[in-house]
Structures are given as structure tokens and as C-alpha cells.
Design a protein around this ligand. Sequence first.
Ligand code: SAM
Length: 244
Amino acid sequence: MGVEVTVKPHITRLLRRNRFGASMLDLWREFKVLFAVFRDPAKSLPFNGQAARLRAVRDLLDLFEPDAVVETGTGLGATTSFFAGNLLPVYSIELKRIFLVAARFRLRSYRNVTLILGSSPEVLHRLAGQRLFQRPLAYLDAHWWESLPLQAEVRELLTGWGEVLILVDDFKVPLDAEYSFDTYAGVPVSVDVLELPSDVTVAFPAVPAKDETILRTPDNAPSGMRPIASAAHRRYDRDPDMVR
Ligand SMILES: C[S@@+](CC[C@H](N)C(=O)[O-])C[C@H]1O[C@@H](n2cnc3c(N)ncnc32)[C@H](O)[C@@H]1O
């Protein structure tokens, strides 16, 4: 049985008035997400259990031959563990300490994984300055909270490295409305909200969403592979300044 506990809006407003209250509220939200993730087996699989995406990423690793993988938004390290298995150095960046601690435990046996606490654009900027690798594959999945760092991440990657392959999760696929995507302040995370230099090549999945898989276990359904949710968008609409 699922238990949903929410903090009433007027209590939220009261807590937000001082720093201690705001930190308590943030901690509460992080625990709620952690609990939800542990309840959903899909979150324990790389790429949320999407088989076609996993095959595409494997092909891209073979074709592009990166010398490192950079992930933004470690979460609990499900996708990080897939990248780690390819024996490349993996740098994964997470904003929330509580998730980083959980991921660190999960990934404790991998010597090629470096988990970094911080906001992705700043950490990418620092990594670019350190020149630890020359040709990264970057997997951008730093979502969930009010601010979407995508544009800043892309900017850091394109200015920091001469050659980089960037994969973006939860992105709108223009010719296939069945693929789910995130929205921030009502705006879909899509190529329309990204400023890209003209020499950047943009590509979308060739496999139709109807042939993609996702592991979903709603409270009232048995677990198993089911078709990907049709045009279901996750919304992050609390802050009108989210898209930058
Ligand atoms: C969708 S989850 C990541 C899931 C993970 N990549 C996986 O496939 O298992 C998004 C994560 O991004 C993190 N995040 C959000 N904004 C971030 C930022 N600016 N920098 C780094 N991490 C961020 C969140 O705390 C959350 O853990």
C-alpha cells in the first residue's frame, strides 16, 4: 500500500520564512524522493529500464570511443553503474549529499568512478580546467529540483572540450509524441530551449517510443516490463525562472 504524506502549503510557507525551516523542508523533500526511488524498481535500472536506449548508448560508446564518461545527476547511481561497467573513468555529479552518500555505497566496488558533490555547471567548469580527459561522453540527467541546469551544462561542455558527445535524458523527441519528457515552468525540455552553436549536430532516437520498454510498478499493478508511459510529462512548474 502506498503512503503519501504532504506538507500543507501554509506550513510550507511558514517554514520557508527562515533558513532552518527551509533546510528542514528541503531535507523532507529529499527523503520523500529517496523513499519513492527505493519503492520503484525502475529506478534501480540504468536508463529507467529502457532497453533501446541502453543499446543506443552501447553503440555510441563503441562509435565515439570516449576517454571518459561524465554524468550529471547521479541520483542513486543506477546509470552510473552501467557506465562504470564499461571500464572507462566515470565522473558523476550530484547536487544532494543524501543521494551521493547512497550512490557512494552502491558503487563502492568500482575504482573507476569519481562521485562529485556540487552543482553540475560549476563542477563541469572545474573538470574542464583540470584537463583529466579529452573526449568525454556526457550524460545529462540533472533534473528534479526547481532549477534546470541544462543550458549551462551544455555551454560548459561545448566550451570546455573540443570533442564531446552529449546525451540528454527526459528530452522532447520532436517527431514522436509518445516519448515522455520533462517540463519546467510549462516549457518542455526540448531543442527549442537550447542555444546551440551551428556546428553542433543534434540527433534523436530512431526507435519509436512504442518499441521502447520501461519497468513500471504502480501500486495497483504487478511488476514487469510495460510499454513506456504515453506522452506522460513530469512537471517542475513551481518556479517561473526555471528554464535558463
Ligand atoms: C533523475 S535523477 C538522476 C537519476 C540517475 N541519473 C539514474 O539514471 O539513475 C536526477 C538527479 O539530479 C540531481 N540534480 C538536480 N539538479 C542538479 C544539479 N544542478 N547538479 C547536480 N545534480 C543535480 C538530483 O538531485 C537527482 O538526484
